[in-house]
Ligand binder design. Structure first.
Ligand code: ARG
Length: 581
């Protein structure tokens, strides 16, 4: 709960206890946003019903027992029995001052840190990352950063698709090209889209090649050293490419976080054995299956999770089960967040259900699928290239940066930049625009990838927020003041200052909520509201030319804390904030 809400809730509870007896000390005071005050307590309505009295009377009684000292400037009963509460300016100023003086902006670390694995990005080896991976990468990274900031022990996990039958044809194709081609970083290998496509075409059209590919899969699964060596070459080419994408996007994933599907290869058999021993996996139509309760098909027939196919091969689900078992047994995690596309929702529900049957998941260990909605084109359909193909992530970012350059020239600048500086700023704007757009809608909703909108320096966009931080920095630069030395004291002198300070007080609870629910869009939305409150302040309150000294020091302090909150918040989202624009 935000600080203002918490403190008012406590005061109303104390009043309830004083008025109606100690059993009311932890009644829900029903604190809600208010049109006429900062917040309102609506508890009088349900309580009146219970007590058989008139709500307004009950509200009057709460107001009469309310201790307002130091916190509440005004408490008014209104309407059918609402208690409108206005915080005192001094209290708001004091809380803002506290945040200003705290290195963590008064955001507490959690009482009970958990070991959380955040699984995200998870692209496939020898395949280009596409716009779907863009979103799982960006959202996952924000979730990891937020949980870490809150004091959790975060384990990033990039569950790359680096195993399975396609590797037979991919390895054979590599051999046809000659492995020196990979060493030379030849385009035939580096261009993953065409590499995969050509391998596929040969597999479909050339019986001899297809035969070699099949034999190669068998050799790979049997652990043949030469085959594994070739496989590793492919994995490394892809890793270099993933890395380049992560660096460009400013994503905190490195090679150390990769634990691909191949990692679990040796753990599949023991996992399956445990499921058999526990009577969870049973043979059905020749395949080994688990039937988690509650999952049925159209005719009401139980739906299987196939654990071992009738040909003896293991499945995507088997790997996911082995992964859960390993994370619980060896990593001792107590929360798993899977940042993966929404279309895999049923898969995860069923895998989690089987893991629960096996006792790997339970009250102590939680797993959740943070479902990432599809990215749509402006036509409302799944985003595709003009030719109908999947959109390459790198091309999207290139285009965003190009557009950022055009928009950048339209806004006023305090100074002119040399080419390299300008290029770096524009890159940060383009990347920031794409990331913020991805993060500002609820992660499970589909969203329209609309470059026109997201690249603008106004509206709910990354560039608007970046520009807000730059405008604040420019005040300090012009005044020759170091933001670190703006220590206030903060005093509230007018409505705009008050609105800004009050908004600042919500930061901690918003970060906590975003981490709790794995929903970075809450933080993204809050930062926009904060920037708007700042704009309101900036337009009505001269800072460097403030009328008198205590006011000037206070306004500089408000600027300093707003800047730090915006920069910290944007950093938690992974959105870069250039210092000058
Ligand atoms: N590699 C998969 C893909 O690109 C995503 C993996 C999701 N994670 C998992 N544990 N199954 O679609």
């Amino acid at each position: 709960m935000p600080a203002p809400q918490l403190v008012l809730a406590a005061r109303v509870q104390a009043a309830l206890a004083a008025a109606f007896g100690p059993s009311y000390a932890d009644a829900d005071p029903v604190i809600r946003p208010s049109q006429f005050a900062d917040l309102q307590a609506n508890v009088a309505l349900p309580l009146a019903k219970k007590l058989g009295r008139r709500p307004r009377e009950v509200a009057d009684e709460i107001a009469a027992h309310l201790d307002t000292t130091g916190v509440i400037a005004d408490a008014q009963v209104s309407g059918p029995g609402f208690l409108n509460l206005t915080l005192s300016d001094d209290w708001i100023a004091m809380q803002a001052q506290r945040a200003l003086e705290d290195a963590r902006l008064a955001v507490p670390v959690v009482d009970r840190p958990r070991k959380v694995v955040v699984e995200y990005s998870s692209p496939n080896v020898a395949k280009e990352m596409h716009v779907g991976h863009l979103r799982t990468t960006i959202v996952g990274d924000a979730i990891a950063r937020i949980l870490e900031f809150l004091g959790h022990d975060v384990m990033r996990d990039n569950h790359v698709g680096d195993w399975g039958t396609p590797f037979g044809m991919l390895i054979e194709h590599l051999l046809d090209l000659g492995e020196e081609a990979a060493a030379r970083d030849d385009a035939s290998v580096r261009d993953l889209t065409s590499f995969y496509r050509v391998a596929r075409e040969k597999f479909d059209g050339d019986a001899e090649f297809a035969d070699r590919a099949r034999k190669r899969v068998v050799a790979l699964q049997a652990g043949d050293p030469e085959t594994l060596r070739l496989w590793r070459i492919l994995v490394e080419v892809s890793q270099r490419y993933f890395d380049s994408v992560y660096r460009r996007l400013g994503v905190t994933l490195s090679d150390d976080h990769i634990r691909g599907e191949s990692f679990y290869n040796d753990l599949l058999a023991p996992t399956v054995r445990e499921l058999e021993d526990k009577g969870i996996a049973v043979v059905s139509d020749g395949a080994l299956c688990a039937f988690p309760p509650g999952f049925t098909g159209r005719e009401g027939e139980p739906l299987p999770v196939i654990i071992r196919k009738s040909d003896g091969g293991y499945n995507y689900s088997t790997t996911d089960l082995a992964t859960i078992r390993y994370r619980v047994d060896n990593d001792h995690v107590d929360r798993m967040v899977y940042v993966v596309g929404a279309p895999q929702s049923l898969h995860f529900q069923m895998v989690f259900a089987v893991a629960r049957m096996a006792g790997w998941l339970g009250d102590e260990v939680e797993a959740e699928h943070a479902q990432i909605g599809n990215v749509l084109g402006t036509d409302g359909k799944i985003l595709r290239t003009r030719a109908g193909g999947t959109v390459k992530l790198s091309e999207l970012v290139d285009e965003a940066v190009e557009r950022a350059a055009t928009e950048f020239d339209k806004i006023p600048h305090d100074e002119s930049f040399d080419d390299a500086t300008r290029a770096a700023i524009v890159e940060a704007v383009g990347v920031g625009a794409v990331k913020y757009a991805d993060l500002s809608v609820a992660l499970d909703s589909e969203y329209v990838f609309d470059l026109d909108r997201m690249i603008k320096f106004h509206g709910k966009t990354g560039p608007y927020l970046q520009y807000a931080t730059v405008r604040i920095r420019s005040i300090f630069r012009k005044g020759g003041v170091d933001p670190e030395s703006a220590t206030g004291p903060i005093v509230i002198g007018n409505e705009a200052e008050r609105a800004l300070a009050l908004k600042l007080l919500d930061f901690g609870s918003i970060v906590a909520q975003s981490g709790e629910t794995s929903e970075p869009h809450r933080l993204a939305g809050y930062l926009f509201e904060l920037a708007q409150a700042y704009t309101g302040f900036f337009e009505t309150c001269p800072v460097l030319k403030a009328p008198d000294e205590p006011t000037r020091a206070s306004r500089l302090a408000l600027c300093a804390i707003t800047l730090r909150t915006l920069v910290t918040g944007l950093d938690l989202l992974g959105v870069p904030t250039p210092e000058r624009m």
